[in-house]
Design a protein around this ligand. Structure first.
Ligand SMILES: Cc1cc2nc3c(=O)[nH]c(=O)nc-3n(C[C@H](O)[C@H](O)[C@H](O)COP(=O)(O)O)c2cc1C
Length: 381
């Protein structure tokens, strides 16, 4: 099993992520990892911090002569702003002891201090912060490089911000990627940006929906046999692990409103392609397994809890009514959440693939994959 585990605080020295159980023999492209980190930092509505800090990865272990060697891969992303926080984030005695005592509604703050008997909300918010998702994206880049070896490509785009939804999908994938909100509809994107400007003006925040896709999959990853072997179980869990994600759908978002006759993907056959479907309501998964179509996942991102015009809170020492803590924060992170979701989907698919085809070396996995796909193609034609 490929496992990913991270450590690090939002304003500490940096983030550390370990990928364990990763196959040997994959060529690592550091520029690609950094490009993925940059994608996570972009998107209209991000906070000032994204302008201060351009994330860059350093590989500490598990890669030699440009290739993975089967050992745990350890990555390090420095927090460039640490110099300004050292006094407050020291591992030793703090030089500036300025405890946060006004927990933010909607964040981990209050339940976190109650759970760990803490008297400074900063001890919670530093780790609960979505800064941690930079670690996931760095690891996810390596998992994406692995999936590319099997022709599997991932992408994401913004479907809605607040109550404004994309209608026309007129932009190419390339232009969508370059657009301010990574949205395929230029007109609706303008309206979304206006909504974000209004939220900035009011000191408010916005949520939305991002769609994540994976293409180039063979049928049969995952299993229908047990609740916890279904691939959709794993995808949903991976998506729900992203801070601020409150809902996940796979396939057609409005499927529950359709009659059964209009909600399934009819099966056809021809000699050239074998078994095919002319639609993809299922979003690439039937019975907990890939069916060979693109996996299509939508995530619902809630409006962010750190508000410049703060909500009501109560002081953790006195219970006195106060304004919630103000942190330097984003206004809208839907495009960034899409990039994090790509990383989480990459981890889930890399695990499904290695579970089925082995996990020691890229060459062994490829040989098993070739044998399987040839057999599946044979039964199709
Ligand atoms: C990429 C990304 C950036 C985020 N940035 C912020 C932020 O600047 N301010 C904030 O309050 N929440 C932000 N969040 C969301 C919080 O981390 C999240 O709401 C919080 O940890 C509580 O978790 P929950 O919403 O899943 O319950 C961000 C989420 C993501 C995915």
């Amino acid at each position: 099993m490929i496992r990913m585990i991270s450590a690090g605080e939002s304003h500490g020295k940096g983030l550390n992520v370990i990928i364990d159980g990763f196959p040997a023999g994959l060529t690592i492209d550091v520029d690609f990892i950094n490009a993925e980190l940059k994608r996570r930092q972009q998107g209209y509505g991000r906070g000032k911090r994204m302008q201060i800090e351009a994330d860059e990865v350093e590989i500490l272990s598990g890669v030699r002569n440009g290739k993975t060697i089967g050992s745990p891969i350890s990555l390090w992303i420095k927090n460039r702003d640490y110099a300004n926080w050292q006094g407050r984030m020291n591992v030793g005695k703090l030089e500036v002891d300025n405890p946060v005592t006004a927990p933010r509604p909607g964040h981990a703050d209050l339940a976190g201090i109650q759970k760990y008997a803490l008297d400074d909300v900063r001890n919670v918010l530093e780790r609960a912060s979505a800064r941690e998702t930079a670690a996931r994206v760095a690891a996810g880049a390596i998992l994406k490089l692995f999936l590319t070896e099997f022709g599997i490509e991932l992408s994401s785009r913004t479907i809605s911000i607040g109550n404004i939804e994309m209608t026309e999908k007129s932009r190419s994938a390339e232009d969508t990627e370059k657009s301010p909100l990574r949205c395929a509809d230029p007109e609706q994107e303008k309206a979304m940006m206006k909504l974000i400007d209004e939220a900035i003006e009011k000191g408010d925040t916005l949520g939305g929906v991002s769609e994540i896709r994976a293409g180039g999959l063979c049928p049969g990853l995952g299993s229908y046999a047990q609740w916890d072997t279904r691939l959709d179980t794993k995808i949903a869990a991976a998506m729900m692990s992203i801070p601020s994600v409150k809902g996940v759908t796979i396939g057609e978002r409005d499927i529950s409103k359709k009659p059964g006759s209009m909600a399934q993907d009819e099966i056809f056959y021809n000699d050239k392609d074998g078994f095919i479907r002319s639609s993809n309501y299922a979003g690439g998964i039937e019975g907990g397994m890939t069916n060979g179509n693109d996996i299509v996942v939508n995530i619902e991102v809630k409006p962010l809890p750190s508000l410049r015009s703060p909500l009501k809170s109560a002081d953790i020492r006195t219970g006195e009514a106060v304004d919630a803590q103000k942190e330097r924060a984003d206004v809208c992170v839907v495009p960034a959440a899409g990039v994090v979701a790509e990383a989480m989907l990459a981890l889930t698919l890399a695990n499904a693939l290695t579970e089925k085809f082995g996990s020691d070396t890229i060459e062994d996995i490829k040989a098993n994959y070739k044998q399987y796909t040839e057999r599946v193609c044979k039964t199709s034609s």
